[in-house]
Write a new protein. Structure first.
Length: 151
């Protein structure tokens, strides 16, 4: 199959296929007589594997490692489990960070009472005063925590 068909069957962009190929996540396909890439079913399976991993936010380096583990299927799952455990910790940190961000945004939103008519917007004022007045996700202070509400 040609690259367009591969991309369509994998529900992705042709540029995505080329990118994963450049990154070494997809093996280079054979070329047909006219020089077009000729992808096989194993390319589709690999591309779907990579896309599934990316949908789980697994970094490319870890996907490379998983592909290496897949080439030695008789090995213990211990290495795969360790890689996944590290990813779970990263995801937990992201969730904590996003929760702190949500707390800050809600506190910021609560500062605005919808006043109009010549009054300064409390949210814009808070953005203008950052980072001097408070800790926030983009300017954490040494004394403040990311979950401290904006004052």
């Amino acid at each position: 199959m040609k690259i367009g068909e591969l991309a369509t069957r994998a529900d992705c962009d042709v540029q995505t296929v080329r990118y994963y190929e450049r990154e070494g996540l997809l093996d280079a396909p054979e070329r047909d007589a006219s020089g077009y890439r000729a992808y096989a079913d194993q390319h589709l399976a690999r591309l779907q594997f990579v896309r599934h991993c990316r949908a789980l936010d697994i970094p490319l380096a870890d996907i490379r490692q998983l592909l290496a583990y897949a080439r030695t299927p008789r090995q213990s799952c211990q290495d795969v489990n360790a890689l996944l455990d590290e990813h779970i910790v990263r995801v937990q940190r992201q969730v904590q960070s996003l929760t702190a961000l949500q707390t800050q945004l809600v506190a910021l939103r609560q500062q605005c009472q919808g006043a109009a008519g010549g009054q300064d917007c409390a949210i814009i004022d808070a953005f203008m005063s950052a980072p001097g007045d408070h800790a926030c996700a983009c300017h954490p202070s040494d004394q403040g925590s990311l979950t401290r509400p904006i004052m």
